[in-house]
Design a protein around this ligand. Structure first.
Ligand code: SAH
Length: 354
């Protein structure tokens, strides 16, 4: 039966070499197949043109390639593209291509749904269904890389783990995907072009520091005051601001990489000077910068984007404290591709497909 076959991309190069040696074949056959699977991102064994027919048949009998399929592609008026990606078990995740004048960024998902309950995020309402495999994460990048070349005639320049899910709760698979994305056998992208965004799982920030990862870290902060942060993000109860600060100090000590804080300012929630000053203080713990993200409404609920004056007040206070702050405009809002809007709306038939 199909589903008893092993997903061949779960095998490392060494395991694949052992497989071919055990079958009486040459070790380098593994390298050839591995190259098709990762570097060339092939979806079926029949296209492996330098592999003999007999070997291809043998592979088909033992393995499958659990490749993703872009089920629906939506184009925003601002150039942003959102992919609804179908997985082998028919589950759907979303990834986004974000074009700017200088960059083309792929925003990828790490889990189907999300187990965190951030009150302002649409993905949170889906609950977590499962982790994505390294191949499923890698394929999302490949799909966007191809779309960048097709629609923009430009290469993919950056990757952000800011799609669905919490990457640090699927750590092993995310790290393996990044290894493949950065290795010459994969996509050969520079780790400094990759940013992992976390809700702030302190234990895992320490683990990443210990692993001396070479990519960038972003933390969804939204408030540096416990009471407010816990109201927004329940994870703050078990990972409070002080612990986050300690974990980030450890991160900086080990990696010497500065951190980006993602921060939404909401009307009547964190739009006062007290919150702005708390953020400025928090930013001094280690070298950092702030992205002030526009709120993307997910329903008629309690959250509203703060007034422009509040955003200006934040920028002024941060600048007075020597902290770099950028106000980020929302992208792809018309197709629900903006931060926090990824929720498989089309899957549940709330939108008509284009
Ligand atoms: N779980 C990780 C990765 C998701 S990144 C994390 O939390 O960092 C998605 C980013 O969009 C996070 O910074 C999140 O806080 C933010 N976000 C979620 N909902 C949003 C919304 N409705 N409007 C704007 N930003 C939102």
């Amino acid at each position: 039966m199909e589903n008893q076959k092993i997903d061949i991309r779960k095998l490392s190069l060494i395991e694949l070499e052992d497989y071919f040696l055990a079958k009486g074949d040459k070790k380098f056959r593994a390298k050839q197949v591995y190259d098709w699977l990762w570097n060339k991102s092939l979806k079926n064994f029949d296209d492996m043109s330098n592999i003999s027919l007999a070997t291809r048949e043998m592979l088909k009998e033992n393995f499958i390639i659990n490749h993703i399929q872009v089920d629906l592609m939506q184009h925003s008026t601002d150039g942003t593209i959102k992919n609804a990606v179908k997985l082998f078990d028919d589950k759907i995740v979303e990834s986004v291509l974000i074009p700017t004048t200088k960059r083309i960024t792929a925003c990828v998902s790490s889990q189907v749904g999300c187990s965190l309950d951030c009150n302002f995020c649409a993905t949170a309402r889906l609950k977590r269904m499962r982790n994505l495999s390294p191949g499923e994460i890698y394929d999302q990048v490949v799909a966007i890389k191809e779309e960048a070349e097709t629609y923009f005639k430009r290469p993919l320049t950056n990757i952000v783990f800011m799609g669905m899910g919490e990457p640090l709760l699927n750590y092993a698979n995310v790290i393996e995907a990044i290894d493949k994305i950065t290795s010459p056998e994969g996509l050969g992208m520079a780790p400094r072009r990759i940013t992992l965004s976390t809700v702030g799982v302190t234990k895992m920030i320490r683990k990443m520091a210990d692993d001396e990862v070479k990519f960038n870290l972003a933390v969804s902060l939204h408030s540096a005051i416990n009471e407010t942060r816990s109201r927004l993000m329940p994870i703050n109860d078990s990972n409070p601001v002080e612990e986050l600060a300690e974990a980030l100090k450890y991160w900086y000590q080990k990696t010497k990489r500065k951190v980006t804080y993602e921060y939404v300012i909401w009307d009547g929630i964190n739009d006062d000077e007290k919150h702005a000053r708390a953020l400025a203080k928090f930013c001094k713990i280690i070298p950092s910068k702030v992205n002030l993200i526009q709120y993307n409404p997910i329903d008629e609920g309690e959250f509203r984007q703060a007034k422009p004056e509040a955003v200006e007040m934040y920028v002024r206070i941060l600048e007075q404290n020597g902290i770099i702050a950028k106000v980020r405009k929302s992208r792809g809002q018309d197709i629900d591709a903006a931060c926090g809007q990824l929720a498989n709306k089309n899957e549940v038939g709330q939108l008509t497909s284009i």
